[in-house]
Ligand binder design. Structure first.
Ligand SMILES: [Zn+2]
Length: 473
């Protein structure tokens, strides 16, 4: 029998592919065994989850922390508090919106320096592909980023410009050689420029306060054509490609076909595309603005079908907040407002609220919200499931309880979110990080104990940045 420091047991423990009554043996912050409920070593300390569901600590591979440089938008302290309260024990930070962006080794060093000592959950990092930084990719990879992100259309911040097909191709050959994924904001500028010109032209130009105007300015074709381009580049270069925040249901047949072909390609969607529909967004409600946009109800149901069949394999937040004034709520101008939705803390509850009424199960949640994002980031040998060898990141979750989203419980730096005032199903009661309780019913542990993670091949717990300078090999 494996030695354990303590056992967590419950009637509904979500392990890969099943929900069962089980005892989870924890030793030095790791799960060392999953045994039958009554199989507890004599004299061993037991933490009883009772009727609560025990989920693996969730992994969110799409979070814009914005620190350093735009810390007024969001920062490691507040973002990781929100994560812990929402049941997410690992986030992967996006390479843009911070200044400098994580597109050079120096930028990465500053990012690590900013994060150090502030994090309540574990944090890993994406690097960025921008025009002219091909030579930085191998050093950033060696330093421990989990993969790279690029944009095919302006990102919204000038220090992270988009790449053209010809700029991207050599970078993708390099990423294929390095064996790390490229994650892509897949919208092409051509269709957006044409649509903007059409919908804002002349006296019949669309009202910028009307959601319909914004929706028409970011047509599905922009995503569909970008996905087609990325499938071609994936085939040509052999690079592992992942489409972020996928919204257009019209591109799903292309993704389905690429998967059938066996290409190394995957896609994610976000809670807002699954929970909201364009028809329900009021004039001027710019807290709903994001790119690509929330689309029509018919589109939304097809995204759910894609999740059901596995064409879309995960749901991550794309938490991308800004100071409230940048949302221009007073004017309600969708075209001028910052595009980004604040939602890190609420991902689990939003997805569960929508998923349960469509007949999905707790195992689906664990796969979409924990295991698949961990796998994308190369962290699945240590994160994302309750299984021997994985870190003891656990969430006690009451799927039958409900709560109302309100500023008092919202841990994000800014409280503006389209979920405000909504009643959501599923309450996180407690969150454990490597066997240590970091959150319980509105209260946090005294000290932040999150680690900064490197992409590791073997899932060793030593794959962390103990010393910011240490990656200078
Ligand atoms: Zn994003």
């Amino acid at each position: 029998m494996p030695s354990s420091d303590f056992v967590v047991r419950g009637q509904r423990v979500v392990t890969p592919g099943s929900v069962q009554a089980a005892s989870i043996y924890v030793h030095r912050g790791r799960v060392v065994a999953v045994r039958p409920f009554d199989d507890v070593p004599q004299g061993c300390k037991v933490v009883e989850a009772g009727e609560s569901v025990v989920l693996p600590g969730l992994v969110d591979s799409h979070v814009h922390v914005n620190e350093p440089g735009r810390t007024r938008w969001e920062g490691f302290k507040t973002a990781t508090r929100a994560a812990a309260r929402g049941g997410t024990t690992t986030i992967v930070d996006m390479p843009l919106n911070s200044v400098p962006p994580t597109t050079t080794l120096e930028g990465f060093r500053q990012k690590l320096g900013a994060a150090r000592g502030q994090c309540r959950v574990d944090v890993a990092f994406w690097g960025g592909v921008v025009p002219g930084n091909l030579q930085q990719l191998a050093p950033l990879h060696a330093a421990g980023v989990v993969g790279f992100k690029c944009f095919l259309i302006p990102s919204g911040v000038e220090e992270f410009p988009p790449v053209t097909e010809n700029e991207l191709r050599p970078s993708m050959f390099e990423l294929a050689r390095l064996g790390v994924p490229l994650i892509v904001h897949a919208e092409l500028p051509g269709p957006v420029e044409r649509a903007l010109a059409a919908c804002c032209a002349g006296e019949t130009g669309g009202d910028p306060r009307c959601y319909e105007t914004f929706l028409r300015s970011r047509p599905r074709e922009a995503e569909d054509e970008a996905v087609a381009l990325m499938i071609g580049l994936c085939r040509e270069t052999g690079a592992r490609v992942h489409i972020v925040h996928h919204s257009s249901a019209d591109a799903l047949p292309l993704l389905r076909e690429a998967k059938r072909e066996g290409l190394p390609l995957s896609a994610e969607t976000c809670p807002h595309y699954l929970a909201f529909a364009a028809e329900g967004i009021a004039d001027g409600a710019t807290e709903f603005k994001c790119c690509p946009p929330v689309r029509e109800r018919e589109n939304q149901e097809r995204l759910w079908e894609a999740l059901r069949e596995g064409t879309i394999s995960m749901v991550v937040s794309d938490h991308s907040p800004c100071p409230p004034e940048m949302k221009r709520r007073q004017e309600g101008d969708f075209l001028k407002a910052w595009g980004g939705i604040s939602s890190l803390q609420f991902r689990l509850a939003v997805v569960w609220t929508e998923a349960r009424r469509r007949g999905f199960a707790l195992e689906d949640l664990a796969r979409w919200l924990a295991h698949e994002p961990a796998r994308l980031a190369g962290l699945d040998l240590r994160k994302g499931s309750i299984a021997p060898g994985r870190e003891a990141d656990l969430v006690f979750f009451d799927p039958e309880a409900a709560f109302v989203v309100a500023p008092e419980i919202n841990e994000h730096r800014h409280k503006l979110t389209p979920y405000d005032g909504q009643t959501l199903s599923g309450v996180v009661e407690a969150t454990y990080l490597r066997g240590e309780k970091i959150y319980e019913r509105g209260h946090f542990s005294e000290r932040p104990t999150g680690r900064l993670l490197k992409r590791g091949d073997e899932g060793k717990s030593s794959d962390v940045f103990d010393d910011v300078e240490s990656f200078e090999d």
